[in-house]
Design a protein around this ligand. Structure first.
Ligand code: NAD
Length: 496
């Protein structure tokens, strides 16, 4: 772990398995609540000391730029580590595990340079009364990250908080600690003062919960499941802390009858197969018009036959392993549920054949047809490479089905008629809508959920706003308080 600028190890350790083999490949320190207290105390001390929050924004930005450059120099090594911890195919780990964090570090550096930390504000049109708004940090911000994208989420939780002068304690999932620890080393080497950024490795129910409820934590930025998000929010309410929640999804992918079918099939596969479907914004519900349903499903299945499943470290691999035995059991349970609900298993449903797949946690891309939106496989997040295909008759019906969900993270529309696609996109209840694409996340666009998919936004031009509080400061230049605009004079003023 990384606490107060130093590396901390523990006798008791977590063992970390490679999802592709099930073999133990690493051990990691295991936090106790005392480590959390030490990390929060270090963060608080660093905040009160103020060296970082008083560092000029351009100098803070330079720290992020240096870290981004150093990360880029170690791209191959770090993508391989992410691949080994998560089972993610190496090409995905390179692009999303290192490429995204690099770009996002640089983007946050740009935002830090451009941010208006103070803004002038006129008061009631008075010449001699001035005011300004100061964007102040909150203090110690806690970040809590999931295992599926440990790199991007670590950057999103930490860098905007640091950019605005806060201190951070990041609690990472105990299955995927390495990237956050690398980030700590990169930031230290880049000049971040000790104590400003701390990483603890621990479980959710004890360590995560203790951090969320800690008196000295002012904000919690959490990515994970909706169930845990609710608990984080309830615990944060005890001391009225600010929360940012990026939660689960069941994102609808709507193909219109005039779609370019080749592109839509490609995008559908990309949408639910990337990282074996273990992405919060996976396109896990496919809505097809009855007129092209059968042809589309045939093409989809032919396309899935081309997906190469295998060793995540092999650059030829398209899809790696599921994260853990628990995750595999969860996906299998949902396949049983789908069958019991009367859906048709049109593709996949088990591990690929072969000796290689006898160990580790494997599942082929799986497609259910004849799904109704009321089924659990259409309403609940499976978090695996499982697609539920729902047939619709009219576009209005497709929109109603798409919006009939507790979730609202992402959605997609496929059409060759841009205006038609835009009309649909604007009626969808989702934080991100991709027209003729999927997973099209850009640092320039806010990311976050409608409904039970979350609260607040990460990335985008306003990302830093989530980590500041406004202070209004006024200055009376008149020297005569009694002449204030309201005209309220109490008793006899000294100036009278
Ligand atoms: P999870 O909710 O079980 O765990 C997420 C993190 O929260 C982990 O670090 C865990 O240790 C911690 N945690 C668990 N209980 C806690 C508690 N009581 N208090 C504080 N922290 C606690 O989720 P997961 O299984 O690790 O991740 C998968 C989920 O994350 C999926 O539902 C997925 O959709 C969601 N996710 C969302 C986004 C997004 O941006 N919306 C991104 C990635 C993943």
């Amino acid at each position: 772990m990384f606490i107060d600028g130093t590396w901390v190890d523990t006798d008791d350790a977590y063992t970390i398995a490679d999802p592709a083999t099930g073999e133990i490949v690493e051990t990691s320190a295991k936090a106790t609540v005392d480590h959390v207290d030490a990390a929060v105390a270090a963060a608080r001390r660093a905040f009160v000391d103020g060296a970082w929050r008083r560092t000029a924004p351009v100098a803070r930005a330079a720290v992020f730029d240096r870290a981004a450059e150093a990360l880029g120099a170690r791209m191959d090594e770090i993508s391989s580590i992410i691949c080994r911890e998560t089972g993610m195919a190496i090409r995905t780990a390179g692009a999303l595990g290192v490429g995204f964090p690099m770009m996002h570090l640089s983007y946050f550096a740009d935002l830090t340079r451009a941010y208006e930390f103070t803004r002038a504000a006129p008061i009631n049109g008075q010449v001699l009364h001035g005011g300004y708004i100061r964007k102040e940090p909150l203090g110690v911000c806690a970040g809590i990250t999931p295992w599926n994208f440990p790199a991007s989420t670590a950057v999103w939780k930490s860098i905007p908080a640091l950019a605005t002068g806060n201190s951070v304690v990041l609690k990472v999932d105990e299955k995927t600690p390495s990237f956050a620890l690398e980030l700590a080393a990169l930031l230290k080497d880049a000049g971040l003062p000790d104590g400003v950024f701390n990483v603890v490795v621990g479980d959710g129910p004890t360590i995560g919960e203790h951090l969320v409820r800690h008196d000295d934590v002012a904000l919690i930025s959490f990515t994970g499941s909706t169930t845990t998000g609710r608990r984080v929010m309830a615990n944060a309410a005890e001391r009225v802390k600010r929360v940012l929640l990026e939660l689960g999804g069941k994102s609808p992918n709507i193909v219109l009858d005039d779609a370019d079918l080749d592109a839509a099939v490609d995008g559908t596969v990309y949408g639910f197969v990337l990282h074996a479907g273990q992405a919060c914004e996976s396109g896990s519900r496919l809505l097809l018009p009855a007129s092209i349903h059968d042809e589309f499903v045939d093409r989809l299945i032919a396309r899935l036959d081309t997906i190469r499943i295998g060793d995540p470290q092999d650059p030829a691999t398209d899809m790696g392993a599921l994260m853990s035995a628990e995750q595999l059991a969860r996906v299998r349970r949902y396949i049983d549920i789908g069958l019991a609900e009367g859906a048709t298993l049109a593709y996949g449903g088990g591990a690929p054949e072969g000796e290689r797949f006898a160990r580790g946690y494997w599942m082929r891309p799986t497609v259910f047809t004849n799904v109704s939106n009321q089924m659990r496989i259409a309403q609940e997040e499976i978090f695996g490479p499982v697609l539920s295909v729902i047939r619709y008759e009219t576009v209005d019906e497709a929109i109603a089905i798409a919006n009939d969900s507790d979730y609202g993270l992402a959605a997609g529309v496929w059409s060759t008629d841009n205006q038609r696609a835009i009309d649909v996109a604007e009626r969808l209840e989702a934080g991100s809508v991709w027209i003729n694409d999927w997973h099209n996340m850009s640092q320039h666009l806010p990311f976050g959920g409608y409904k039970q998919s979350g609260l607040g936004r990460e990335l985008g031009p306003d990302a830093l706003d989530e980590f500041v509080q406004d202070k209004s400061i006024t200055v009376d230049l008149s020297g005569d308080v009694s002449r204030r605009a309201y005209g309220i004079v109490l008793g006899t003023p000294a100036h009278a």
